[in-house]
Design a protein around this ligand. Structure first.
Ligand code: KIV
Ligand code: ZN
Length: 516
């Protein structure tokens, strides 16, 4: 029996970006969008165009670049948001507007201060306006999980009549459990008059760790679109993770009457890219994409897998992109091998000059490290793109001293300013450890007044010559940013990450969160 299609709607670039500090630049979003297209995601929610001019431009650029996936823009149910989303997705070969309004009593009374009748009216008007821009209009009832069932049916009936083609049912606060969520989907599909004319969608948050389970339950009950993110990134505890949903549906094909068109071998590269760009590390025991997801520690398990893989493995690591991803380059690799590996990884540099700079850095790294893995290349390119010329601070050189019985000391030379006004400054500082001394030295120059919320180091690959990838999370005046840096010397990586975070704090656009 041929399977029905399950639409994968990826919202890494919108809901994922609502994670603290995960805001991305236009170029970073484009890189992720290209990887999502390569992975054959059906719909890419590229952002919330009304949030800021930068968000509008990012959605527009993605709409121009992406050909094989539908590009979607989010809009609250008001004229301005819908118009902005409509303009932003205009260049897309296939474009969608996703408009939403809250339908639960608590959201309508306390947040929107609107009556149920006003909410229905706004929803219908937004869908009608959206249909003037595209035939592909999705409507979401925010906080559907805590909405009255009869009212939900009324809203959905009205927006379907107004022209909505996808109806999304969000568990905005991650409150449901699988049995209840599946049942709600089943009852909605039964009760809403024109239910068979639209695609039913589920959008679950992970506050109780049940986002994937709830999404799968909704699929078993008839949903044919799942909204999810790479690595489960998203507001608070995150969204349903794309890789888990896709692999559950595929691996348990005996239970599901639908399947996705996802090229699963692109999952691990996508996970790496998102982690590297956002600074959100993937926990080692994370399903599918965690470093230990296919590692067998116990002797009994190892023995079993060696004798017959399926004794302990329900999926093959290579099917989700683990092995494809490890081809190495080395010290003797030339420019053309480097260029072709970048191409295979889907990394496009803006110019020949950018390629030359990246190749120079690759050679420097190859002098320090015997083998260069794909992960190193992602980190290297990340470094290139997160520290472009126009940013205020750059690390020129560094020296650290750490000796038993003495306070660790850092001496840094930073290049500060822009264009003609750029000058080099040398600073010294002592600290509790070399990283502390480094950050204090940078702050002597920047005096940013920010608070350090997080400092984390991960080895990008294995071995003592591996590059350390550092994430630094800074907060200032209510804004939170993540900075990343990678180097075989983790103190240098830390300095790069701190400087990257400072640059983001300086550059960051003010933007509106759709749900606030
Ligand atoms: O969680 C939510 O309700 C949302 C909507 C905008 C779909 O993200
Ligand atoms: Zn959400």
């Amino acid at each position: 029996m041929s399977k029905q299609h399950l639409t994968i709607f990826d919202t890494t670039l919108r809901d994922g970006e609502q994670s603290p500090g995960a805001a991305m630049t236009k170029d970073e979003k484009l890189r992720i969008a290209r990887q999502l297209e390569r992975m054959r995601v059906d719909v890419i929610e590229a952002g919330f165009p009304a949030a800021s001019p930068g968000d509008f431009e990012a959605v527009k650029a993605i709409a121009e670049a992406i050909k094989e996936s539908t590009v979607c823009g989010l809009a609250r149910a008001n004229d301005n948001d819908v118009q902005k989303a409509g303009e932003a997705i205009k260049p897309a070969r296939s474009g969608r507007i996703h408009t939403f309004i809250a339908t639960s009593p608590i959201h309508m009374e306390k947040k929107l201060r609107m009556s149920p009748d006003q909410v229905v009216e706004a929803a219908v008007a937004a869908v009608k306006l959206a249909r003037r821009y595209t035939d592909d209009v999705e409507f979401s009832a925010e906080d559907a999980v805590r909405s009255d069932f009869a009212f939900l049916c009324r809203v959905f009936d009205a927006v379907i009549k107004a022209g909505a083609t996808t109806i999304n049912v969000p568990d905005t606060v991650g409150y449901s459990i699988p049995e209840v969520w599946g049942e709600r989907m089943r009852q909605l599909i039964e009760a809403v008059p024109a239910a068979d004319k639209v695609i039913w969608s589920t959008h679950c948050h992970n506050d109780l760790g049940l986002a994937v389970a709830n999404s799968l339950s909704a699929v078993l009950a008839g949903a044919r679109q799942v909204e999810c993110t790479i690595n489960g990134l998203g507001e608070r505890a995150g969204n349903a993770s794309l890789e888990e949903v896709v692999m559950a549906v595929r691996t348990r094909g005996d239970l599901f009457t639908c399947d996705t068109r996802i090229d699963a071998t692109q999952i691990v590269p996508a996970s790496r890219l998102v982690s590297q760009i956002t600074g959100y590390a993937v926990q080692p025991n994370k399903a599918v994409v965690g470093a230990n997801a296919f590692a067998h520690e116990s002797g009994i398990h190892q023995d079993g897998v060696l004798k017959h893989r399926e004794t302990y493995e329900i999926m093959r690591a290579e099917d989700v992109g683990w092995t494809n991803n490890r081809l190495t380059l080395g010290k003797l690799s030339g420019r053309s091998a480097f260029r072709s590996r970048l191409k295979e990884l889907g990394i496009e540099l803006a110019s020949e000059e950018a390629l030359n700079v990246a190749f120079g850095h690759f050679k420097e790294l190859a002098d320090k490290k015997r083998e260069i893995f794909d992960e190193d290349i992602y980190a290297l390119i990340g470094d290139e793109t997160v520290t472009p010329d126009h940013e205020r601070y750059r690390l020129v050189s560094s020296m650290f001293h750490s000796e038993t019985g003495e306070s660790p000391r850092a001496r840094l030379t930073l290049s500060v300013g822009r264009g003609e006004a750029r000058v080099e400054q040398q600073v010294d500082a002592v600290g509790g450890g070399p990283v502390d001394a480094t950050f204090k030295a940078i702050e002597k120059v920047a005096a940013s007044g920010s608070d350090l919320l997080l400092y984390s180091v991960n080895a990008i690959t294995t071995g003592t010559d591996a590059q350390g990838e550092v994430t630094v999370r800074l907060s200032k005046d209510g804004r939170i940013v993540n900075g990343q840096g990678a180097d075989t010397d983790i103190i240098v990586a830390s300095a790069k990450a701190y400087i990257n975070a400072l640059n983001k704090l300086e550059a960051g656009p003010e933007r509106v969160n759709p749900q606030v």
